[in-house]
Design a protein around this ligand. Structure first.
Ligand SMILES: Cc1cc2nc3c(=O)[nH]c(=O)nc-3n(C[C@H](O)[C@H](O)[C@H](O)COP(=O)(O)OP(=O)(O)OC[C@H]3O[C@@H](n4cnc5c(N)ncnc54)[C@H](O)[C@@H]3O)c2cc1C
Length: 265
């Protein structure tokens, strides 16, 4: 038997239990990622590993649940809360940025970029076309998109311009500020953190055999893909999710068929 039921991002009680600091974080992807394979494996005596390792995206669109390009923060985007204020180092590690967003009103934030960032990446127009990102001709329009007081947003942006000029962020110690963010029009996306994938799960070996206690393979039980642990470590590099599923899926299928042929099961 091959277990290939994916991860558990959509099983929120296990996500919350595995990562209490991100309590309330929602899944980005597959709604069937409900940890079924883990339950079957556990019943068969498998050991589980790394359940606290989640692949998080801090900025997923509130509308449509689409991951918004993370590089936009590195390229100079800032995050504002409903009051029009910054609240974190936007270039910080995913867990911290996500935790800080979850602390804001509505557990969400607003990613703000300017034309200098937007015009450099033609693909961003698709966010506008899908209604995930709003074009704002003035700072007052930015405030309106957020639902914040116009003077508050103006004050935040003016402070950020000075921060950029000084190359020193006395508020959140942001190190990298590539643009001054003063080139209108601006673009605003309502975002929230989300779990893209879970990186922990069933322990397997390089033959995709499910391991029980003492690293002993459980006869005839194989697993592949996101349901397993240890392949990705603590961070899924781009492309490695599918590579993992295809590689270990192939191994697990071949080994399982060979086992069935040998045992007549
Ligand atoms: C929005 C998003 C973007 C991503 N982008 C990339 C990317 O660009 N590159 C990359 O490498 N990875 C990406 N990933 C991660 C990648 O999609 C996963 O790592 C990969 O799909 C895992 O494959 P899998 O077959 O293990 O699980 P899944 O693709 O989740 O498939 C599991 C299947 O099992 C089924 N299932 C679950 N429970 C049961 C049950 N009880 N009975 C029967 N069937 C069941 C599910 O319906 C599903 O069809 C992305 C993920 C998301 C959510």
């Amino acid at each position: 038997m091959v277990l290939a039921t994916g991860g558990f991002a959509a099983y929120s009680s296990l996500v919350d239990q595995s990562h209490p600091t991100l309590k309330g974080i929602a899944p980005v992807g597959f709604r069937d990622a409900t940890r079924d394979g883990l339950v079957i494996a556990r019943t068969a005596g498998a050991s589980l590993l790394d359940l606290d390792q989640l692949e998080i995206r801090p900025t997923v669109s509130v509308k449509g649940n689409v991951p918004i390009e993370e590089a936009l923060r590195a390229r100079g985007g800032i995050l504002l809360n409903k009051s029009g204020k910054r609240f974190t180092d936007e270039t910080g590690i995913r867990d911290i940025v996500s935790q800080d967003i979850l602390k804001q009103s509505g557990h969400a934030a607003y990613l703000v970029i300017d034309s200098e960032i937007f015009d450099a990446d033609k693909a961003l127009q698709t966010y506008v076309d899908q209604g995930l990102m709003k074009r704002c001709g003035t700072v007052a329009a930015v405030a309106k998109a957020i639902g914040a007081n116009s003077a508050a947003v103006k004050s935040t942006l003016n402070r950020y311009y000075r921060t950029y000029d000084r190359k020193f962020d006395q508020d959140f110690a942001r190190y990298e500020m590539r643009v001054r963010l003063d080139q209108g029009p601006w673009y605003v996306a309502a975002v929230k953190p989300g779990v893209l994938a879970t990186l922990g799960g069933i322990r397997i070996n390089d033959r995709a055999e499910v391991l029980g206690s003492g690293d002993t393979p459980i006869p005839g039980l194989y697993a592949a893909g996101e349901v397993t642990a240890g392949v990705q470590g603590g961070n899924m590099m781009p492309g490695n999710g599918l590579t993992d599923a295809v590689t270990f899926g192939l191994i697990a299928g071949a080994k399982s068929a060979a086992y069935a042929g040998k045992t007549g099961l």
